[in-house]
Every structure is written in C-alpha cells, then in structure tokens.
Ligand binder design. Structure first.
Ligand SMILES: NC(=O)c1ccc[n+]([C@@H]2O[C@H](COP(=O)([O-])OP(=O)(O)OC[C@H]3O[C@@H](n4cnc5c(N)ncnc54)[C@H](O)[C@@H]3O)[C@@H](O)[C@H]2O)c1
Length: 322
C-alpha cells in the first residue's frame, strides 16, 4: 500500500512515494518469506555454479558490434559454428567483409551492416534494417571499443569525447534500439565488454577506465531496472566481460613482468570464454577467469596502499603510446 505526496522544494517539485506502515505481523511474514526466497536463490546459485547447464543458441540472432576485428570477429565465428545467425556490425567495411567471408567459408549464417555505433540515428536505422532483413535480435554483444593509452594530461578533448561516445554511449544507443523487442518477447541476452580496467584503476588509462567502469555500472543498473519492472522480464539475461590483455593489438605496449602468471590471452581463447559464459548465463566473467576472485576477494578487501604494494610487485599494465 502506498500513497503519493507532492512537495515543493526550492524552485523544484517532487513526488514522494510513501509506503504505508505495515503491521508487525505482516512485516514478520514478509521477512520470513524474504529469508526463504534468499536461501532458495543462494542454493540455486550454488547448484548452477557446481553443475552449469549451457543454453542452446541454434537459430538465435546474435548481433555483435565491432565484429570486423579482434574478439568481435572470433565471437562471430564461434556463434555461427554453434548454429546462431550472426549480424556483424562494424564501422570498418573492409574488416566487416573479412569476417563475413570467414563465416561464409565455414558455411555459417551471417549478415553484415556498416554502422558507426556512436551515431544514435544510425543505430536506430540499423535496428529497423536488421528487423526487416534478418529478424529480431535475441543476443546483443556490445563489443566495439577503443583505448587511447597515455597520461591523462596528454589525452586530447577529441579522443576523450570519442572514447566516451563509443565505449559508453554506443552501448546505450544499442540497448535503446534492441531492448524493446527483447522486452516484448521476454527473451534476450545483453553482453557488454568492460575490462579489468573497469574493476581497478590503471595508469595511462584514466578516461578508458572511467568508460569501462561506466559499462559495468550501466549493466548493473539495467539488470536492476528490469528486475524492478512489474512485468516478468526474467527471460532477459546479462553478461559483463572483464578481459585483461587480449592479443588483438588494442593494447599496443603491454607491460607484463611475470608472463606465466599474467599471460596475454589469444583472442580465440577469449571468445571461447565469452561464449561459454553467455551459454551458462553468467553475469560477470574476467579473462583470465581467476582474476575475478583476485579482484573480489583480495584486492577489494585489503587497504588501498597494501593493494598498491602488490600492484608494484606485479608491475603489469599498458605503457603509453601515441
Ligand atoms: N584487447 C584487449 O586487451 C581488451 C582488454 C579489455 C577489454 N577490451 C574490450 O573488448 C572490446 C573488443 O576489443 P578488441 O581488442 O577485440 O578490439 P579491436 O580493436 O580488435 O576491434 C574493435 C572493432 O570495433 C570497431 N569499431 C571501432 N569504432 C567503431 C564504431 N564507432 N562503430 C562500430 N564499430 C567500431 C573497429 O573497426 C574494430 O573492428 C573493446 O570494447 C575493448 O575495450 C579489450
């Protein structure tokens, strides 16, 4: 039970939702019911972790941005091998064509579209064309991204604006374009490429880290928003990927002290992990996978200066390049 109350404050106006006070008995029942649901979900999560099932993606329409190179291309090949219909989207027609041919050579099903995902109008037009020519997208992989790598005071306004337009807004425009049909069907999966730079700060990558923290934030918020929606939208899943250094050329000067511990991952291997995570409907996955536990259970629990001591010892990151 709730009632609305309108208030004037300063020069503004707000509507406050006031939840009517519950009786003690109904509160106790609700609390017990919450405890039961909580334990049910914890047990379900543990069982899924111990005995993961992989969903069948045959015939699903998978749209991948930035599929003309790197991990996007490797994902396109693997999704097609699993029987999905791939929609390859890239700003670079030559790279997109190459991916298209590679999938076709393996007799996979693929469509290609040239699109700059920073351009909202172009993204909305893309959604119309894909719907008409291919069908309803059920798996959206927001992969396209760039990574200027320099000390913050050396990064130009132009490259920082482009970085945010692509790494953040590009994700948002694609979600606005393709989420509505997923909501209508209560069926879909949104995948986003964050980065280890979206979980911890790294030198030479200040705006990039900001953009990748933003990707993580918008995925968490989207999951929360759909969870709060009164309609049943539980058929829409979310996966955020946090790679460290993948050998695509994006990180031009990787600095790794212990190559055996922090190896540079092959893009094909990274794509295998991403697709496995999508099929198991995992919400957050790092590449390599162990970094997730390092970040969550070590790095986040110790004092910042203590974490820095280990960061200095491992001395791993991206050196500046022009
Ligand atoms: N490679 C890594 O080490 C690494 C690490 C962490 C996170 N990531 C993230 O993973 C994602 C993929 O990285 P990658 O290394 O495979 O990239 P990549 O540079 O190999 O490929 C990116 C693709 O995106 C396309 N693209 C660029 N701007 C675009 C735009 N405006 N519209 C549409 N397409 C556009 C490019 O043409 C290119 O084909 C990125 O979001 C990146 O930030 C990469």
């Amino acid at each position: 039970m709730c009632e609305l109350q309108n208030e004037i404050f300063g020069s503004g106006h707000r509507t406050v939702t006031i939840v009517a006070e519950d009786t003690i008995i109904s509160l106790v029942f609700e609390f017990l019911w919450t405890l039961i649901r909580f334990h049910y979900e914890v047990v379900k999560g543990i069982i899924r972790w111990l005995f993961p099932t992989e969903k069948d993606i045959t015939g699903e329409i998978v749209l991948i941005t930035g599929a003309g190179h790197g991990m996007g291309r490797e994902m396109a090949l693997r999704f097609a091998r699993l029987g999905a219909i791939v929609v390859s989207v890239d700003i670079n027609p030559a790279g997109n064509e190459e991916t298209y041919k590679m999938v076709k050579e393996e007799k996979g099903r693929i469509y290609k579209f040239e699109c700059d995902v920073t351009d909202r109008a172009a993204v909305m037009a893309l959604a119309q064309r894909v719907k008409k020519d291919v069908g309803e997208v059920s798996i959206l992989v927001n992969n396209a991204g760039i990574m200027p790598c320099n000390p913050i005071l050396q990064q130009t306004e132009k490259e920082i604006r482009l970085l945010n337009d692509l790494n953040i807004n590009g994700n948002i425009w694609m979600i606005q374009a393709f989420l509505p049909s997923m909501i209508e069907r209560n069926h879909g999966h949104i995948v986003a490429m964050s980065s280890m730079a979206g979980l911890m700060g790294l030198g030479n990558l200040v705006p990039y880290c900001g953009s990748k923290y933003a990707v993580r934030g918008l995925m968490d918020a989207l999951a929360a928003e759909l969870h709060e929606d009164p309609r049943d939208l539980s058929g829409i899943k979310f996966t955020t990927i946090f790679p460290y250094i993948v050998d695509t050329g994006l990180c031009k000067k990787p600095r790794i002290r212990f190559q055996k511990v922090m190896k540079i991952v092959d893009p094909g291997e990274a794509a295998d992990i991403i697709i496995d995570s999508v099929r198991k409907e995992l919400m957050e996955v790092t590449i390599p996978k162990d970094l997730h536990y390092m970040n969550r259970y070590v790095y986040r629990l110790i004092p910042y200066n203590a974490a820095c001591v280990w960061q200095d010892f491992f001395n791993t990151g991206c050196d500046a390049h022009n």
